[in-house]
Design a binder for this molecule. Structure first.
Ligand code: THU
Length: 133
């Protein structure tokens, strides 16, 4: 799947964003080795702290259906941002744990700008399971 295609999947996910408080819609898509694509959008709440970001929704959906870190080969994130959409700190932590650290992540925006990155770049020196031993 190309960068353009994973961002198109993320754009489809973004259409379902529930973001009446921020009016900022985000979409994410995660591609698994078997070809399955998991969509995620941000979902807000009147109790603001209950909101969940698009990236985490996509990854949690995949994990809840039995997929795990090594199954994922591509991820895309998109929103209406001036440059490629930058995942928040909490999403970086979750990506770092649930998505392979060296697999491509494509960040995009509505203008067609792209930035290719990975979890190593998004969250260097991440806190991880091995830190607890
Ligand atoms: N948001 C995401 O979905 N992903 C991010 O990485 C950044 C922020 C959402 C959360 C909230 O619904 C809205 O964008 C504004 O912060």
């Amino acid at each position: 799947m190309t960068n353009k295609q994973i961002i198109e999947e993320a754009l489809k996910a973004r259409e379902h964003s529930y973001s009446p408080y921020s009016n900022f819609a985000v979409g994410a898509a995660v591609l698994a080795k078997d070809g399955r694509v998991f969509h995620g959008c941000n979902i807000e709440n009147s109790a603001y702290g209950c909101a969940l970001c698009a990236e985490r929704v996509a990854l949690f959906k995949a994990v809840s259906e039995g997929y795990s870190k090594d199954d994922f080969i591509l991820m895309g994130v998109v929103a209406d941002t001036p440059g490629p959409t930058s995942p928040c700190g909490s999403c970086r932590q979750v990506i770092s744990e649930l998505y392979p650290r060296d697999q491509k992540i494509v960040l995009g925006n509505l203008n067609g700008d792209y930035y290719e990155t990975d979890a190593n770049e998004l969250l260097p020196f991440a806190f991880e399971e091995s830190d607890m031993r």
